[in-house]
Design a protein around this ligand. Structure first.
Ligand code: SAH
Ligand code: F3S
Length: 456
């Protein structure tokens, strides 16, 4: 087939638009969906250009779900003027709501849960033939490998400098506030051979930084036969040619042991950054959340990490306004945030979720009034922004090493990358820099990142 003919085929292929909500696991799943459909579709930006629209949904907090339903409302209107468009919903809300989603929105053609991505091509075909609306949300025991989605052919030209790789699915911790165990199922580890195969493939196609994904990555391998360990996995990944930086998200404090801590002293490819969700600084609240560690243990882990890696940046997740949280509980969280001096923190107001222990356990009178939760949230955000700014400002005038990922999201003429501590840094450079580590002199610092000049 001539090149022109290939180009023509591409032009006439139906457009596929994917909208992704939520975490990096969803981003990763969206990449897989694109790979599964790439042979027969071209990727487009907006729903208006698309023949197939897939929304990958998030249900971790109420807000994400609201955004989903307003988007689905808009897409239903779009389908009224173009009925041939196929609309599918994937991800955690799909898993959680199943059939109910079809009932709530007449525009949705299929609903596909978190364990059934491989069915998407068949669901699309069926919808195009005018078949009945479908729901595929059964959990499966085994890991759903998608060989077609991870062949060199499919990934060529689509692999970025930073590659996401799932090592674990689901979660068995059942923190009382969290919907993930019901939307993603029990914790299941992926086989190390499959993980290594995907990392090797992505590294051979240009990935330089690998981000391993899972809900509690450091419990990786306990369910495998024979048992495997996260620390051993990291050491094997570090040997893969081309892998310059290894990151992962997120470890759980209750599963931190010395073999995990030692990685930070012994594996040079492991980036000096850890995202270690704390959720609260109050032992009483931690117990109600069923986090299985105490504040003292968390602080001890922080100290041990810093002993092994003095340059380490630590980031976290915190929930304010968990039911029964008092001013004293909140003060302990604020104090912990100041003590650890996080580089950055994702702060959330507690949001009651379906099928969680916290939802059934607490009565309305035990909920924190929205105005108090908002005030605490703001206090914490201001304290964190100040600390983040101090960390970033300490780099002013200094040289940093930036692994260049691509164009800046804010100013398209600038390039964007990360320093080893994960802080974003923008600078004026050449697209030939993408994929390499360049030296940048920091000229400007905000709470959210750095800007500087590339040194040649
Ligand atoms: N173990 C996962 C957590 C996934 S959810 C990980 O760290 O990768 C991401 C974050 O969302 C949690 O750490 C928590 O801070 C927040 N979160 C989860 N459920 C929430 C809820 N019901 N209300 C508010 N925030 C929530
Ligand atoms: Fe959620 Fe806790 Fe697991 S936050 S994902 S239940 S570790």
């Amino acid at each position: 087939m001539s090149i022109d003919r290939l180009a023509m085929d591409q032009m006439t292929q139906p457009g596929l638009c994917i909208k992704t909500f939520g975490c990096q696991m969803n981003e990763y799943d969206s990449e897989k969906i694109v790979h599964l459909l790439a042979a027969s579709h071209r990727l487009v930006e907006s729903p208006e250009e698309a023949e197939l629209i897939i929304v990958n949904s998030c249900s971790v907090r109420d807000k994400a779900e609201h955004k989903l339903f307003s988007l689905l409302g808009e897409l239903r209107d779009l389908k009224e003027s173009r009925p041939s468009v196929v609309l599918g919903v994937a991800g955690c809300v799909a898993q959680q709501e199943g059939q109910e989603l079809l009932r709530r929105n007449s525009g949705v053609d299929f609903v596909v849960g978190t364990h059934n991505l491989s069915l998407i091509p068949a669901l699309v075909q069926r919808a195009r033939r005018g078949g009945e609306r479908q729901v595929a949300v059964d959990f499966r025991e085994e890991w759903e490998e998608l060989p077609a989605a991870f062949s060199a052919l499919e990934l060529e030209g689509r692999t970025g400098v930073r590659a996401l790789v799932a090592i674990q699915r689901g979660c068995s911790k059942r923190c009382t506030f969290c919907v993930v165990p019901t939307t993603r199922g029990e914790e299941v580890s992926r086989s190390a051979e499959e993980i290594l195969r995907e990392v090797r493939l992505k590294a051979s196609l240009g990935a330089r930084e690998v981000v391993l994904l899972g809900q509690t990555v450091n419990s990786y391998g306990r369910d495998l036969h024979p048992r495997a360990s996260f620390a051993a996995l990291i050491r094997r990944i570090a040997q893969i040619k081309g892998v310059e930086r290894i990151r992962f998200t997120s470890p759980h404090p209750a599963d931190v042991h010395s073999d995990f801590l030692d990685l930070y002293a012994e594996v040079p490819q492991l980036a000096p950054h850890i995202h270690l969700p704390v959720q609260s600084g109050s032992n009483r609240i931690l117990r109600l959340m069923k986090r299985n560690y105490r504040r003292e243990r968390y602080l001890q882990i922080v100290e041990e990490l810093r002993n092994r890696s003095p340059q380490l940046a630590i980031t976290t997740d915190i929930i304010v306004g968990f039911p029964t949280e008092t001013d004293e509980d909140f003060a302990l969280t604020l104090e912990l945030l100041r003590e650890v001096r996080y580089h950055s923190a994702f702060l959330f107001k507690y949001s009651p979720r379906p099928n969680t222990a916290a939802l059934s356990r607490f009565s309305a009178s035990e909920e924190v009034p929205p105005a108090s939760a908002q005030a605490r949230f703001q206090t914490l955000q201001e304290a964190q922004d100040e600390i983040s700014l101090q960390h970033n400002a300490s780099l002013l005038g200094r040289q940093v090493q930036v692994l260049v990922e691509g164009a800046s999201n804010n100013i398209r003429s600038l390039l964007r990358g990360r320093i080893p501590q994960n802080t974003l840094c923008e600078f004026a450079g050449d697209s030939a820099d993408i994929g390499s580590v360049v030296h940048v002199q920091v000229e400007h610092a905000s709470a959210h990142g750095l800007r500087g000049n590339r040194l040649s």
